[in-house]
Write a protein that binds this ligand. Structure first.
Ligand code: PMP
Length: 395
């Protein structure tokens, strides 16, 4: 049950956590009504704002929950029930936006892309010109296909049509470029287990613009239920930032400590360096896969994500057999999620502390595995291309 061999985890979350992060997390029991803990929490909130490029002091939340909770909480606290919302969907997690919105009683219109593509700006503008939408809901990176949306461009469009832009950054924050306040991205949310390199269990949200503050001020007053009322959580967040103790529901104390350490590490690397590193490794992986003869799901380099790559399996290779044979070689890859890609693709996550050696090992294991599964693969073809890319990038 517990693997005793050293494994390379190449899934799009959870990712490998640094020993340092885990060491702090386990160093003591953090009592949530202690001043020490309040100070750590306050630091985590401030550092998270810097990572997403949110202005100082804007309402920012770190609460127990997963990415899905962050999506739901963001929506119900900024958009009034019954409003029309436009979901720009690039796959499985875009469709999740639609399901969350429908189940909360919003009037939902979905613009859907072909698997591997993104919805064109002209299509979005066309829809917004026809009808008024209170909000646009989109994923920055769609984890099921490995595509990245043009969030900066979408923010301009949203502003023009006076729609609130709510961005799911679960697979992008801390690995793709993002400056939410400067770009005019109103609301950004994410979860701890991806490029933030923290164990699963935290939902994070920032209200980045004036428009978001207004929308939140209005909608959060009428949130039904109890746990998702961000206006109540805000009192706790403010108290922690001011070094005071407060309580609404017990925070995930150990995870917050791990997150604060991880955010420190991320900011020490520098956001620009970090994005560059992710982009370089993603490019290396794609070069290797393509040289092996595999087709990348993302239709074009400019929309291929820094954090996750989906690729089609060669004819005759079953994704679940591929994953299980890769696991016996101690490289863990992910299964397809997009309904249209289920029996014919696989996914590789490359975010957080992933380095060039991980990419090379993954390509090597993939070449061997596909070869033994009967695919026509020339051993070394992917490795050669990946190595050349790394040499060209001086890595
Ligand atoms: N959005 C995206 C883009 C995701 O990749 C995921 C999870 N992989 C989610 C939302 C949902 O997050 P969670 O599983 O933490 O609820």
């Amino acid at each position: 049950m517990y693997p005793d061999e050293r494994r390379i985890l190449m899934t799009p979350g959870p990712v490998v956590f640094s020993i340092d992060t885990l060491r702090y997390m386990l160093s003591t029991v953090y009592e949530h009504t202690s001043l020490d803990f309040a100070l750590i929490y306050g630091e985590a909130v401030r550092k998270f704002r810097r990572v997403v490029g949110a202005r100082d002091g804007v309402p920012t939340f770190i609460i127990p929950g997963s990415g899905t909770l962050a999506m739901e909480a963001s929506l119900v606290n900024t958009v009034k029930p019954g409003s029309r919302v436009l979901v720009v969907s690039h796959g499985y997690f875009g469709d999740r936006w639609a399901r969350i919105a429908s189940s909360n009683g919003y009037d939902v219109k979905v613009l859907e892309a072909e698997p591997g593509d993104i919805v064109g700006e002209d299509v979005i503008v066309g829809e917004l010109s026809k009808s008024r939408y209170e909000a646009i809901l989109v994923n920055h990176v769609e984890t099921s296909t490995g595509v990245r949306a043009d969030i900066e461009g979408l923010a301009r469009v949203a502003r023009k049509f006076d729609s609130l832009l709510v961005v799911d950054g679960v697979s992008s924050v801390a690995a793709e470029p993002l400056e939410c306040s400067n770009w005019g991205v109103d609301v950004v949310l994410t979860a701890s287990q991806k490029a933030l390199e923290t164990p699963p269990g935290l939902a994070l949200i920032s209200m980045c613009t004036e428009k978001a503050l207004e929308a939140y001020g209005e909608a959060s007053k009428n949130v039904k239920g109890f746990y998702l009322r961000l206006s109540e959580w805000e009192k706790v967040m403010r108290a922690y930032e001011e070094g005071r103790i407060s309580y609404y529901a017990t925070p995930a104390t150990h995870l917050v400590v791990a997150l604060e350490r991880s955010l420190e590490k991320i900011l020490r690397e520098g956001l620009e360096n970090r994005v560059k590193r992710h982009a370089a490794l993603a490019k290396t992986l794609r070069a290797g896969l393509e040289a092996m003869g595999l087709k990348i799901v993302a239709r074009g380099e400019e929309i291929a994500a820094n954090t996750v790559t989906a690729a089609y399996t060669p004819p005759g290779v079953n994704p679940s057999e591929l994953r299980s044979k890769m696991t016996t070689r101690n490289v863990i890859i992910a299964m397809p999620l997009h309904p249209a890609l289920r029996d014919k693709s696989f996914r590789i996550g490359h975010m957080g502390s992933v380095n060039a050696n991980d990419i090379i090992s993954t390509i090597a294991a993939l070449e061997r595995t596909l070869k033994t599964l009967g695919a026509e693969i020339e051993l070394g073809s992917g490795l050669k291309a990946a190595q050349e890319t790394l040499v060209n990038l001086n890595l």
